[in-house]
Design a protein around this ligand. Structure first.
Ligand code: HEM
Length: 234
């Protein structure tokens, strides 16, 4: 890009930048976040936390963001029905431009997220970072771990292959009893042992309920991390 067009581009983007800064300041001033921003301003990462073991939460987050991005793409082409699931995955893998890459990156990122989160828990446990004042960060983390496993199991159901059978049996065995709860039992259809019900329920869990729930809990997790700072060295 030559100098003239770079100048024109930055001129065109200037009002957008100003609008962004104004909206951000508007939200901060009205949400009470102002005090929080002041409290946390200038906090730096301590030296001992530059150790790779302290980056595992971050690796988990990056893997999750990649999953969200590729998942959003795949959800546009996946068909959550007993007859259509396998066919739509076949189309994604063989005919859709970038489909094969999106699907492969999605499953690799899922493996990375699970391994990273387990190692993250191990690091937090070994360094005793779950102790006062970080008990809530730990308890919220346990819920994040449950959400991560539910993501994996509901994700396994979607391709309707031999692994789906394993996921349906595991989920109905562990959580099937929840379907007996009066009035709200239907919410737990993902734990049904009937294939059709399990597929529809798993799809909703995987693309709607779990993403919203995990994002909310992640926001709380990061708020608490920011509030307490990273725990001290061993
Ligand atoms: C989706 C899953 C998760 C993400 C993305 C995540 C992310 C993070 C990040 C970025 C940090 C900052 C320090 C670091 O990276 O080590 C952190 C700290 C922490 N996490 Fe997680 N985490 C997750 C799950 C969990 C789980 C399952 C637990 C425990 C059961 C947990 C407990 C904690 C605690 C106690 C800290 C504070 C550690 C300290 O101050 O040294 N997290 N998390």
């Amino acid at each position: 890009m030559d100098k003239e067009s770079t100048g024109a581009l930055s001129k065109a983007l200037l009002p957008l930048g100003k609008m962004f800064t104004k909206s951000r300041d508007w939200i901060i001033a009205r949400s009470g976040l102002e005090r929080f921003m002041e409290e946390t301003e200038g906090k730096t990462v301590p030296k001992h936390a530059l150790n790779p073991a302290y980056c595992l939460g971050g690796v988990t987050l990056v893997a999750f963001l990649i999953l969200a991005l590729t998942g959003f793409f795949l959800a546009n082409y996946y068909e959550p029905s007993e007859g259509g699931a396998q066919r739509s995955i076949q189309i994604i893998s063989t005919e859709l431009p970038f489909g094969f890459y999106a699907k492969s990156i999605h499953s690799w990122a899922a493996n990375v997220m699970v391994i990273a989160v387990l190692l993250h828990v191990l690091r937090v446990f070994i360094t005793g970072s779950y102790k006062n004042p970080r008990e809530l960060t730990w308890m919220g983390g346990v819920i994040l771990l449950v959400f991560t496993f539910l993501f994996v199991l509901t994700g396994y159901v979607l391709p309707m292959d031999e692994r789906s059978e394993f996921a349906i049996t595991s989920m109905s065995g562990a959580f099937g009893w929840l379907r007996g709860i009066p009035h709200v039992g239907g919410v737990f259809n993902w734990a049904s042992d009937t294939v059709g019900e399990a597929l529809t329920g798993s799809y909703w869990m995987h693309v709607t309920v779990l993403p919203i729930a995990i994002i909310l809990f992640l926001l709380v997790h990061f708020y608490l991390i920011r509030k307490h700072g990273i725990s001290g060295p061993l």
